[in-house]
Ligand binder design. Structure first.
Ligand code: PLP
Length: 446
């Protein structure tokens, strides 16, 4: 199964350290001689291989993107078919069948006359950026004085300047100054509900990651939060922007997280899993009422001046449409329910480990918190122990990346039950290896 090992890892790593700049990565540490980066060269289903022929389970779905597994025959074929026609043509002033058909298939996932209009972009950040710009221009076109956005503390909506103004700027230790959209943060629905009516009428939209905040460390909202935000928006007239960049496409057990609380957003942003994890593509799907002011006249004021060179990319759209077809042909959501239950039962053993303070699960997303006591006892600074554990898990064939002291467990939906079992055993073993002693006992030599 593993691809033949004919890669010159040492040469690749040397060239990487010399010429490449990695995102969200302290580069001094990355380039240090003792750091041995994993060079990924192949994948099949839930597995990936490195240049040394080692096999891993893709434990975070290649940074939360992969849905049906790598090298999926149906998605591969769809991309090849499109490639045989044309790879990319302009979406500015022209259109293409792949984008049109994807828009139709996406809209068909929602109740008739709800989310009906699709705007294409390149990744979650630009999809969010588009949502903010559409909302802002929507209210201006309607002559409304609404200017401010509301976001939830800890939320992550991308790292372009506009998307980051909803809060991520803070997370990365830097305010973005003049580039920000006016946004205020609230901690909870209760805080939102306490807002004075005079303030509420200035709000353009509330932005939320439904059910679970991803980059915040997989933090679950109390049940009913999303529905309560919907009610608040209905009462005050603000729009609801649902950021399902992470939660979309089955991750939570349903196609979209909003379905768990029977909520339909006014703008819905989808990215990451949209193409099954194949190509960068995002969409902002909006209700017809949001779109209407843009369609009353044809002039500069009603034109959305936003979009990129690769907007409506035919290859990406073909992949996304094929991914939606796989949901049907493989009855993905039906099969997923058993795996969600299996994951729940297996997580119990992990949650009983003394090193673990909490385990959370939202559908097929799981997070394991390493306890502060263990971090302290192991003489590690915050964020290091989970990193050590993730590195140890690699030796057992499991690949993931922590968020501070949270281990993210989020394999492709297509993972088999055997692989799932193996993956959870790898995590369990890695935790006990790195820090197996009960929190109150002295840690073993480290
Ligand atoms: C990852 C993520 C984004 C940003 O998407 P990119 O593709 O990284 O730009 C936005 N919102 C949420 C909830 C995400 O998880």
């Amino acid at each position: 199964m593993a691809p033949t090992n004919n890669w010159d890892t040492a040469r690749l790593v040397a060239a990487d350290k010399k010429h490449v700049w990695h995102p969200f990565t302290p580069m001094a540490e990355w380039c240090a001689p003792e750091h041995e980066p994993i060079v990924l060269v192949g994948g099949q289903g839930a597995l990936v291989w490195d240049s040394e022929g080692r096999e891993y389970i893709d434990g975070n779905s290649s940074i939360w993107t992969n849905i049906h597994g790598h090298n999926h025959a149906h998605i591969n074929a769809a991309i090849r078919r499109q490639l045989g026609r044309v790879a990319h043509t302009s979406f500015l002033g022209f259109t293409n069948p792949a984008a049109i058909e994807l828009a139709e298939s996406i809209v068909a996932l929602f109740p008739p006359d709800s989310l009906s209009r699709v705007f294409f972009s390149d990744d979650g950040s630009t999809g969010m950026e588009a949502a903010l710009r559409i909302t802002d221009q929507h209210w201006r076109l309607k002559g409304s004085p609404r200017r401010e956005f509301i976001a939830f503390r800890g939320g992550y909506h991308g790292d372009t300047a506009g998307a980051a103004s909803l809060g991520a700027g803070e997370m990365f230790g830097g305010a973005l100054g003049g580039w920000q959209f006016p946004a205020r943060q609230v901690a909870s629905v209760a805080e939102l509900e306490q807002m004075q009516d005079a303030d509420a009428v200035k709000i353009q939209a509330v932005v939320i990651e439904p059910l679970i905040q991803g980059a915040a460390g997989m933090r679950l909202w109390p049940e009913g939060t999303l529905a309560a935000v919907r009610r608040w928006c209905d009462r005050t007239g603000a729009l609801l922007i649902a950021d399902e960049v992470m939660t979309g496409f089955g991750r939570t057990g349903k196609m979209f997280a909003c379905e768990h609380e029977n909520v339909i957003a006014d703008l819905l942003v989808l990215g990451k899993g949209l193409t099954g994890g194949y190509l960068p593509l995002a969409i902002t799907v909006v209700r017809e009422e949001v779109f209407e002011p843009f369609c009353v006249t044809s002039d500069v004021a009603t034109t959305l001046f936003y979009g990129h060179s690769y907007t409506g990319s035919a290859l990406g759209c073909a992949a996304a449409k094929a991914s939606l077809e796989v949901f049907h042909s493989e009855r993905v959501l039906e099969h997923l329910q058993g795996k969600i239950a299996f994951l729940r039962s297996k997580l119990r053993a992990i949650s009983a480990l003394p090193t673990v303070s909490q385990v959370r699960q939202c559908g097929f997303i799981a997070a394991i918190d390493i306890s502060a006591g263990a971090v302290e006892h192991a003489n590690r600074s915050s964020g290091q122990l989970a990193g050590d554990i993730c590195r140890a898990a690699r030796k057992h064939g499991f690949l993931t990346r922590p968020i501070r002291e949270v281990i993210v467990f989020m394999p492709p939906l297509s993972i088999t039950e055997d692989q799932l079992d193996h993956a959870l055993t790898a995590v369990y073993t890695a935790i006990t290896e790195v820090y197996g002693a009960p929190v109150m006992a002295r840690p073993s030599a480290r």
